[in-house]
Write a protein that binds this ligand. Structure first.
Ligand code: ZN
Length: 87
């Protein structure tokens, strides 16, 4: 038997101390540690705006813009070699 009442972070797998939230990038339920990593991600603002826009147009089940690979698994801190535009 599983005790499903206890929440486990769907990203890092840790059990948060009672507090969890939804990801802005996708539909995962994540702990506040993972949320903090999202908030400092360069695309977080984009994710929030897309979410707001979806809600404005009546789409309350917006799945998000997609989780950036850097944030998968709680964020391993691996640098991407993506080319930068502008500077
Ligand atoms: Zn987490």
């Amino acid at each position: 038997m599983n005790h499903s009442s206890e929440m486990t972070c769907q990203r890092c797998g840790k059990k948060p101390c009672g507090t969890w939230t939804c990801s802005m990038f996708n539909t995962q339920r994540i702990c506040m540690e993972c949320k903090a990593k999202e908030r400092v991600h360069p695309r977080y603002r984009e994710a929030v705006e897309a979410d707001n826009e979806a809600i404005r147009t009546g789409n309350y089940r917006f799945p998000g813009i997609g989780l950036p690979p850097e944030l998968e698994g709680g964020g391993r801190g691996e640098e991407d070699q993506a080319p930068r535009e502008g500077g």
